[in-house]
Design a protein around this ligand. Structure first.
Ligand code: PMP
Length: 362
């Protein structure tokens, strides 16, 4: 028996069937594939960041509760007094914590599809059932189908990305309220893109005892730090904390997050610039023949091309621009590409590469 066959005897079949989360090599390319903020840490703050990192006690374990961040965020987000918080190595880790604590074998995680792929992947990691309820053709939630699925599957955990990735749209408030009311278990409102929309569900954390809100610093300029946040009733956080690994937020991240929070208006300025770029880019894309543009409340725009999307993607890459190819994944995303909103110069380069690619493929 080969080494590989011997190893495979012991790897769970559902894990064997997975593909590892793929990150494309972006070297030498304009990187518009991963919803990163194109702007570097503000130059004026770099010296301060340097001092804060220098002063981190790296010989010691970090503060297990990240207490200073806790205090700073309570103010930054005007948290309801009854709410508490939990932090993760990116919100990806929080999805895993939620799944381990609430779902598990014999229980169900439900989301809509297409949406963020980690909900399903993590359900598989932990041996939970996963149910993906299809969105409508305009990527809105089909309320009746979703409520029926909740009734039938009685999910322990429901994930709703608001706005949704990869479609970019917001779901209707009233439909979300119906989902919360119908759900027997916990509903997670994943506000990863909250900086790019005026929608805000933080008050639902005190309004409903089965809602928690998840956020991340990844999209506002701190993706490299890996810092995600969960906000919910103290009773939820107390239970979820039991499956969080000790010291999951390292001391360099803790110090850098504090530097960033102290200067949060700088990051807000950057996100405002990106919102303006989003409007400009949408309007430009609307004028490109053969491209359907979907409305976005996030820092990316979903488009559908009337040509083989894989070829358009490759031709754009050949022209130096990396975007995300969605065609080939969920059937509702046939012909779709996801364009992260970059700086004005990057967006112009992307539009040029797109036009060139469309002409080459056509
Ligand atoms: N939720 C959604 C909806 C996302 O799109 C992403 C990132 N693509 C995440 C969560 C994870 O973000 P992070 O782990 O960087 O905090």
């Amino acid at each position: 028996m080969s080494v590989k066959d011997r190893i495979l005897q012991w790897v769970r079949p559902e894990v064997q069937a997975l593909s590892a989360y793929h990150v494309a090599d972006a070297s030498g390319l304009i990187k518009l594939d991963a919803m990163e903020n194109p702007f570097d840490f503000p130059a004026a703050l770099k010296a301060e960041l340097g001092v804060d990192l220098r002063d981190a006690a790296i010989n010691r374990y970090p503060d297990p509760d990240a207490g200073a961040i806790r205090t700073a965020l309570r103010e930054l987000y005007s948290l309801p007094a009854s709410a508490d918080m939990l932090f993760g190595n990116g919100s990806d880790e929080i999805i895993q914590i939620l799944a381990m604590a609430v779902a598990g074998p014999g229980r169900t995680i439900l989301s809509v599809e297409p949406s963020f792929v980690m909900y399903k992947m993590i359900a598989t990691f932990i041996g939970a059932e996963y149910v993906g309820v299809p969105l409508n053709d305009d990527f809105q939630i089909d309320a009746q189908t979703t409520l029926d699925a909740i009734k039938r599957h009685q999910p322990a955990l429901v994930f709703i990305a608001q706005p949704n990735n990869p479609t970019g749209n917001l779901f209707d408030d009233e439909t979300l309220r119906q989902i919360v009311a119908a759900s027997p278990g916990l509903v997670v409102i994943d506000e990863a893109y909250t900086a790019f929309t005026n929608a805000d569900y933080m008050s639902w954390v005190s309004e409903y005892d089965n809602v928690v809100v998840m956020r991340t610093f990844s999209k506002v300029g701190l993706a490299g730090l890996r810092f995600g946040m969960l906000f919910g009733a103290q009773e939820w956080i107390e239970q979820l904390n039991k499956v969080r690994l000790p010291y999951n937020i390292n001391c360099l991240t803790q110090n850098a997050v504090l530097t960033a929070i102290r200067h949060f208006p700088e990051f807000v300025k950057q996100t405002e610039a990106l919102r303006e770029q989003r409007s400009w880019l949408s309007a430009q894309l609307d004028g490109v023949a053969g491209v359907t543009v979907y409305p976005s409340e996030a820092n990316f725009i979903l488009v559908r091309v009337d040509l083989p999307a894989k070829s358009v993607f490759s031709e754009m890459k050949r022209r130096g621009v990396l975007i995300k190819l969605l065609d080939g994944g969920h059937p509702k995303l046939a012909g779709c590409l996801r364009l992260t909103v970059g700086s004005h110069e990057e967006n112009e380069a992307m539009l040029k590469a797109l036009s060139g690619a469309l002409a080459a493929v056509r």
